[in-house]
Design a protein around this ligand. Structure first.
Ligand code: BGC
Length: 524
């Protein structure tokens, strides 16, 4: 039910309406703002209005008392009004205070959107002193599936198609909710390049280079996002952007794939990323981190040095050159452990010669990310350059986690018995039986701006059956054989994918979510 706007200064009719409203309110012992109907207007009411606004279905909640600025609509401003009222920065909600009489004039609140925040000077590490926005939509799903212990953790919001900008509560709804929560860090993934996910199938996107995808990427995707993020209402937020997971790493190692080869040319990944960095870089409060794969991909010496060139040059080619980014992010949506505690006691030779590590220099993300940062700084990037590591699903706890290093046997016996990474092959990336990892944390180690949760736990990596219905939101998403629980991994001879059954990439998967919870490390 919507109440009409009762404020028409000087008109007898409005006074009468207000009188009736107040009379009705007091008749039922109720005041505007008291949506929980508990006789008080407090922060819980603000929260309930915000929850209703973002599409959750809060209880108790009576919408009849939610239009707290009497502008005829119920939106996030009403929640904000209640919060202001609660902390005493305003002393009345429209027509709500019991001291009012019908003859008093009620002044309308002029704003229809949250008040503009105050910009702060740029900081080096946006996570220091940061309060992360908790994605209300993800949080509700997590809570409903037994995830109360992690449901208040800030995750990234993925803008994974043009429609995501406005569908549901849309980007604006999330930003408004962030303001309402009192957050000052808003985390978003930019993920819609033409020929997206060129080497795999699970997350193929809506845009194609051959169909003018770059033009659409710029005008229908990046520009509207930047316009929304640039709204003065959001300038108090530090907006952290993760830029295009897996894209540039695919240009380092997968150019024999025709889709990736095309993405390496005009209208492809480099052009798109430079455009995104340039446009996002026009806003004073954005902090962009370009995706850098993970140690199990770019950790071999030849890949390592090539990635420095390819990805380093892509960033240097953006307008602000080495200052176009805050840094890089590794392990996005992957499962590689942050650290391999027991392999620290195993000799490097044994590790490199094992089947699992195949001569890769790096067995875990933290040393890889720190080394990459040093290499970038040596390559001309500033010392403020920082790294993020996505730790959302790289915990590897649970009953199968080793508790000490195995010290005797073959190289494989030592390594396989000691590693916490329980995958059948290190290349496996789809719906693995890992666990929730380190919780987001600012400045956890030298050179690391934060451990973050880029991939929201519970969201699928890809559909597990070839016999699938297309995802109506993203019909380009396909079945990738690496997501088949009974199939062979394409990364090693004779090993299974290790995937669990799952819906399309990005869709909620209760089975996987609960497995990740059970195998959390540190335990929950
Ligand atoms: C999917 C996206 C999703 C993201 C986060 C990606 O694999 O393609 O649609 O938003 O994962 O779950």
């Amino acid at each position: 039910m919507k109440k009409q706007n009762v404020v028409r200064k000087g008109l007898l009719r409005s006074a009468l309406v207000l009188f009736l409203l107040l009379a009705t309110a007091s008749l039922f012992g109720q005041t505007i703002g008291d949506v929980t109907m508990d006789g008080q207007v407090n922060i819980v009411d603000a929260l309930q209005i915000a929850r209703a606004y973002v599409g959750l279905d809060p209880t108790p909640y009576n919408e009849a008392y939610a239009d707290t600025n009497c502008d005829g609509t119920v939106n996030i401003v009403d929640a904000l009004q209640v919060a202001r009222f609660y902390v005493g920065s305003i002393d009345e909600l429209c027509g709500s205070t019991e001291t009012e009489t019908p003859t008093q004039t009620v002044t309308p609140t002029p704003t229809t959107t949250p008040t503009a925040g105050t910009a702060e000077p740029r900081v080096d590490n946006p996570y220091v002193g940061g309060t992360l926005y908790v994605d209300q939509v993800w949080s509700e799903k997590a809570r409903n599936d037994g995830g109360a212990a992690i449901a208040d953790i800030g995750t990234f919001l993925w803008m994974d198609r043009i429609g995501a900008i406005t569908d549901g509560i849309g980007l604006r709804g999330h930003l408004d909710a962030a303001i309402q929560q009192g957050a000052n860090v808003f985390q978003v993934v930019i993920y819609d390049l033409p020929n997206r996910d060129c080497f795999a199938l699970a997350s193929n996107g809506e845009l194609r280079i051959s169909e003018g995808g770059m033009q659409r990427y710029q005008t229908e995707y990046i520009d509207p996002i930047v316009e929304i993020l640039g709204d003065a209402n959001y300038r108090s937020l530090r907006i952290v952007c993760v830029i295009e997971p897996d894209s540039l790493p695919n240009l380092v190692t997968n150019l024999d794939d025709p889709d990736c080869a095309e993405a390496n040319g005009a209208g492809g990944y480099v052009e798109g990323i430079q455009y995104a960095l340039d446009q996002l870089g026009t806003l004073p409060n954005t902090y962009c981190y370009v995706d850098y794969g993970h140690s199990g991909w770019l950790g071999w010496p030849d890949n390592y040095s090539q990635a420095l060139q390819v990805i380093g040059n892509a960033i240097k080619g953006a307008s602000k050159g080495v200052n176009s980014v805050a840094g890089l992010v590794t392990c996005t949506a992957n499962y590689t452990p942050t650290e391999e505690p027991y392999l620290k006691n195993v000799s490097t030779e044994v590790i490199r010669q094992s089947s699992f590590y195949e001569w890769n220099t790096y067995v875990s993300e933290l040393p890889f990310a720190q080394a990459v940062r040093q290499s970038f700084i040596q390559n001309g990037f500033p010392s403020t350059f920082g790294m993020l590591i996505d730790t959302s699903r790289n915990g590897w706890g649970g009953p199968d986690r080793p508790t000490r290093a195995v010290t005797s046997g073959s190289n494989d016996q030592i390594v396989d018995g000691s590693r916490i990474d329980r995958r059948t092959h290190r290349g496996n990336w789809c719906n693995q039986k890992g666990g929730i990892g380190e919780r987001p944390k600012a400045a956890p180690a030298t050179g690391i701006d934060a451990y973050v949760w880029v991939k929201p736990p519970g969201e699928s990596d890809g559909v597990s059956t070839a016999d699938f219905e297309p995802d109506p939101n993203d019909p380009a998403k396909q079945f990738d054989p690496n997501c088949d629980p009974n199939g062979q991994s394409s990364y090693g001879d004779g090993v299974l994918t290790g995937a669990v059954e799952a819906p399309h990439a990005g869709r909620w998967n209760t089975l996987h979510f609960q497995m990740l919870m059970d195998n959390a490390y540190p335990p929950l």
